[in-house]
Design a protein around this ligand. Structure first.
Ligand code: PMP
Length: 443
């Protein structure tokens, strides 16, 4: 047993050294790089070396104009927009940047009420409630929906905000294998009947939590199959559409629309305004009764300052563009463009021999690096060639599954994408991350 303890200690030290690598100065410049413009398809990145500290950053005026493959700017609303921006400026003049009040006191403007109605209509649910932050929407809402005596069954790759909300709820939490309806059924069966036929149901309530598009995998949720399992075992479904609302579906209504699911079959729909709408905040859309319950009981509604009015106006205007209610067809064009861009980029990367995760139509495209040591090499070399990519590592992914995560935008032109592919291909050769043979060019 001393031998085993010794081996365990060695293993633990080895992993600690790996983790220290990420905290070390020499990879600091790969994370938290400041930017100096709107996160549009091209943006200004502050030039930074690994020895910089915040003081030198404040002094330096050196920025590089880079192609942006990292921001969640799916529909291009992160940039000034001919319909949204004038309205946002008007709302800033009228309401100021903050309500300086919680919703139940002076924090509800006409804009907040309008967005709640519009968000509910957009996702196809009877009612909605807004929160100042997407992260808080999950972490504060889940404990209001379920508590001790309840069971949460969560996808193994759900976002940290969901994990936090589930842990804080006091409910029992079980995890099912990522995007596997079969394993979900196994867990449900085990939890309901303990493998034995039983008439008594041991849980007050069961909620199954999934995401529309998984943020680190780029994968679409197997929603129709998961809903079928939930219906069979009378479990509620909670769907986080942070990366799918506005980004997929014929009219941008997310995975339900894309996969032909009736929104009435999803009990709780959650989403954020930070990805497709160029704003901030989050929403829950559900039945009138659930929304009423949240308005009466959720601390993040009762005790937190409401969403900034210009941020609310930005979302209202963006949804109107998406729905064509601005009187143009720019929304439809943006949706067609993001689909076209995503499918083109994904298939070209695969042809080059990269291992790319995720499904068609998904604008989230992880390129596998695997070895964490490849992060600084890939990130710095792309940036040197004026392409900014986001690299993701432990603890956001398992230690040896490091990746670069590309987020495609409707505002990328074909020329932008071709340039990005050229740079990524050359850097991929240099760093050695083309794990498959390249497809020979068609004659
Ligand atoms: N849910 C998921 C799936 C996310 O990826 C994120 C953030 N990227 C959030 C919730 C939190 O949203 P926000 O960044 O708008 O706070």
């Amino acid at each position: 047993s001393y031998g085993l303890l010794f081996a365990f200690g060695q293993l633990r030290d080895f992993f600690r050294k790996f983790i220290d690598l990420f905290k070390a100065k020499n990879v600091k410049d790969c994370f938290g790089r400041p930017i100096a413009s709107a996160p549009d398809s091209w943006f200004d990145v502050v030039e930074r070396t690994s020895n910089d500290n915040n003081k030198t950053l404040q002094r330096t005026s050196n920025t590089s104009r880079c192609l942006n493959l990292g921001s969640y700017n799916y529909l291009g609303f992160a940039a000034a927009d001919e319909y949204c921006t004038p309205r946002v400026i008007e709302s800033l003049k009228k309401y100021s940047a903050s309500t300086c009040s919680v919703r139940v006191d002076g924090g509800t403007t006409k804009l907040h009420a309008e967005l709640e109605d519009l968000a509910a209509r957009f996702v196809g649910k009877p009612a909605a409630i807004l929160f100042g932050m997407g992260y808080v929407t999950n972490s504060a809402i889940i404990p209001c929906l379920i508590g001790k005596g309840g069971l949460i069954i969560s996808d193994s790759l759900n976002h940290n905000s969901i994990v936090n909300g589930a842990r804080g709820s006091g409910a029992t939490v079980r995890v099912f294998q990522h995007n596997s309806p079969a394993h979900l059924e196994e867990v449900l069966r085990e939890q309901i009947a303990g493998g034995q036929p039983r008439t008594h149901r041991p849980w007050k309530k069961i909620i199954v939590i999934v995401e529309g598009i998984y943020s680190m995998e780029g994968e679409l949720c197997k929603l129709p199959e998961i809903i079928a399992v939930c219906k069979k075992y009378k479990a509620y479904t909670y769907l986080d559409e942070a990366h799918s609302i506005g980004a997929v579906g014929q009219s941008g209504r997310g995975v339900c629309e894309l996969l032909g699911v009736d929104p009435a079959d999803v009990d709780i729909m959650m989403g954020t305004f930070t990805k497709s709408f160029g704003s901030c905040g989050g929403y829950i859309a559900a039945s009138k009764e659930i929304i009423q319950h949240l308005k009466h009981s959720c601390p993040a509604h009762l005790y937190a300052t409401s969403m900034s009015p210009p941020a609310v106006q930005q979302v209202i205007s963006a949804i109107k563009v998406i729905l064509g209610e601005d009187g143009s067809n720019r929304g439809a064009q943006k949706l067609a463009r993001i689909r076209e861009n995503s499918n083109f980029f994904r298939s070209e990367l695969k042809k080059m021999g990269f291992e790319v995760l995720g499904d068609n139509d998904s604008p989230v495209m992880p390129i596998m690096l695997y070895n964490p040591a490849k992060i600084p090499a890939f990130s710095r070399e792309c940036l040197r060639q004026k392409v900014a990519v986001v690299t993701v590592a432990f603890p956001a992914t398992p230690l040896l599954l490091a990746r670069a995560r590309i987020c495609i935008s409707a505002s990328h032109s074909r020329e932008d994408l071709v340039k990005a592919l050229d740079v990524i291909s050359r850097v991929g050769d240099l760093v050695g991350i083309k794990y498959f043979p390249a497809e020979p060019p068609k004659i």
